[in-house]
Design a protein around this ligand. Structure first.
Ligand code: DON
Length: 587
């Protein structure tokens, strides 16, 4: 009954301001969302016949589910999740960042919505270097100068308008309600604020909103965001022009001026979402739809799958499997560094890198060569906590959405737009601020990813959808900086090769090699001493994944949110990665 009221509210559309009845209903919506959003703790995947939503934060997953039940399709639900995460998961969920949404409709058509941030027009190649040509510490990671022009609002609104069934205001309602009425801080949320307090403390509005001027939110305390609610209401009412051409844009520019950032009214005015063809790969009879440039993720994923296709990969996480997969990883990441960048600005040899002939050459080299390699320059890899976030949605008709979006670092640049209540990204660090020098993820990148005005920084985000015989099979993606691509690869292999169910696959221990530094990083809890000894003896320099020094996360690799569908029965199986606090919900 109560759920019915909530559903009616959503079906009717935006709650009217001042309407006492709808205000009660809104409160009820929050209470119900909180109640249903208790984390799932079963080891089994969540099974549902009609629709499934998996995200990194339970309230946001519930918001998506409510939209599906209110008659929205997968795109409506995904957009609802995207806006809800901006409220309930501000470490990564955002309207001040950017990302990629891969959509596959039930009729087989697919599109890649690229709403990645762009460099401001005033950005320049050496903007983060000092007079001696060295990188200025934190210049590309902290503060307004680190922010690219945000794409999230334009991207989510465009996806919703083109591919959704409901109105934008309707799908934004759960986010607005959560911002307005507040929600109880979870333990991970409270811990992440504590972990990033030094960053947030540097900027007045961030200090006031996220740190309550020093009185940190404890688990269970209600976190309300009236300024953000007002911003979301404006977007719901006026569409993305409120953000790019209206009062919200003016607030962004004012904040830029205060903190010496570069984003101007003109930058916001000419931000453009790009609709691209998904990159398509083939692996053992499956079709893999994934991210084209400006992500490196899809190219590297397809390159690795091509290399691995005919090889006997042994049993999961055995020496043989780790060795062969790690060799594919090293080569794909070396190519990433050399060739990948925004293909609207530089020529990226996508066809060459993803061709089976090229993979055959690499495979030949792997089978001839001894494991391990000379040590290259580079900073030690560290695994990253969930500062980006992924969500997957499948609806009753079989439409599927795989979306990864980000502020880049946890709480992005640390800067909150004054009066508008949302954080800005530090995505400029994804460029090669000094080609050949590692970025915050230890990724070495080349000329193709040098900074240029209006260019998109190279990403590793890899939202992916797998299809077999034209039928949807798997929807997945992950945060994790440079580890994203390898996380997606391993979960995909776990399901398609090792026949794990989706819950086992997202749980299974992971490893990561990104070519430089020459180090094979393994999750500390998941591999036997025998296996590690054998890898060391073969020539690998192994290391246990280490926690990020600023974060409470325990050195996990990635946080995959995945949905598998059984094409015979139509059942959907969802699994949130237990490395995070996410939740799969279905009906
Ligand atoms: O686009 C990228 O590849 C990065 N900005 C992603 C950052 C990330 O995944 C952070 N943490 N988990």
């Amino acid at each position: 009954m109560a759920l019915q009221i909530v559903r009616d509210e959503l079906v009717r559309g935006e709650a009217k301001e001042g309407d006492v009845h709808s205000r009660h209903t809104r409160k009820l919506l929050v209470i119900l969302l909180c109640f249903f959003a208790l984390p799932a703790r079963s080891f089994e995947p969540v099974a549902a016949k009609h629709g499934m939503v998996v995200s990194a934060e339970p309230l946001a997953s519930e918001a998506g589910l409510q939209i599906l039940k209110a008659g929205g399709n997968a795109v409506d639900a995904a957009v609802a999740v995207g806006f809800a995460l901006a409220v309930t998961h501000p470490v990564a969920g955002n309207i001040g960042g950017g990302g990629f949404m891969l959509i596959r409709l039930a009729d087989g058509k697919s599109v890649f919505v690229d709403y990645r941030e762009k460099a401001p027009t005033a950005a320049s190649r050496n903007m983060y270097l000092d007079a001696a040509g060295e990188l200025k510490p934190e210049a590309s990671t902290v503060g307004a100068l680190a922010a690219g022009v945000p794409g999230t609002v334009a991207g989510l609104a465009l996806a919703q308008q083109r591919y959704g069934n409901l109105g934008l205001a309707r799908v934004m309602l759960p986010a607005i309600v959560l911002a307005e009425e507040g929600f109880p801080a979870s333990y991970p949320f409270s811990e992440s604020l504590r972990a990033d307090r030094d960053l947030l403390d540097k900027f007045e509005a961030s200090r006031r909103i996220f740190l309550r001027n020093g009185q940190l939110y404890e688990p269970g305390q209600i976190f309300k965001q009236p300024e953000l609610a007002n911003t979301l209401r404006q977007i719901a009412r006026e569409g993305p022009k409120a953000f790019y051409h209206g009062a919200i844009g003016a607030a962004i520019v004012a904040t830029m001026q205060k903190y010496h950032g570069l984003i101007t009214v003109a930058d916001l005015g000419h931000y453009e979402v790009k609709l691209r063809e998904p990159l398509v790969g083939h692996f053992r009879g499956f079709t893999v739809l994934t991210a084209p440039p400006p992500s490196s993720g899809g190219v590297a994923l397809v390159e690795m799958l091509n290399v691995l296709e005919p090889l006997d990969l042994g049993t999961p996480n055995s020496y043989q499997s780790i060795h062969l997969i790690a060799e594919a990883m090293r080569r794909a990441y070396a190519d990433r560094a050399a060739y990948l960048g925004d293909s609207d600005f530089v020529s990226v040899p996508v066809a060459g890198l993803t061709s089976p002939d090229y993979a055959a050459q690499l495979r030949h080299e792997i089978l001839q060569a001894k494991a391990g390699s000379p040590v290259g320059a580079g900073r030690p890899a560290r695994t990253e906590p969930a500062q980006t976030t992924h969500f997957s949605v499948v609806d009753e008709q079989g439409n599927a959405v795989s979306n990864t979006y980000t502020l880049n670092g946890g709480y992005g640049s640390g800067v909150t737009v004054e009066g508008a209540g949302f954080l800005l990204n530090n995505e400029m660090d994804d460029f090669a601020a000094k080609p050949g020098t590692p970025n915050m993820f230890g990724l070495v990148q080349g000329e193709a990813n040098a900074i240029a005005p209006d260019k998109r920084p190279l990403s590793s985000m890899t939202p992916t959808i797998v299809v077999k015989d034209d039928k949807l099979r798997l929807v997945l993606g992950s945060p994790g900086g440079g580890t994203i691509i390898n996380t997606v690869l391993q979960v995909l292999l776990d399901v398609l090769v090792y026949k794990m169910d989706v819950r086992e696959a997202v749980t299974s221990p992971r490893f990561h090699h990104q070519w430089m530094p020459d180090e094979l990083v393994l999750e500390g809890w998941g591999f036997s001493a025998d296996t590690i000894d054998k890898l060391n003896a073969a020539g690998y320099k192994t290391a246990a994944s280490r926690p990020d020094e600023r974060s409470a996360a325990r050195g996990h690799i990635g946080e995959c949110q995945a949905i598998e569908t059984d094409s015979n029965t139509g059942w959907r199986f969802g699994a949130a990665d237990p490395r995070g606090d996410g939740k799969a919900v279905g009906y």
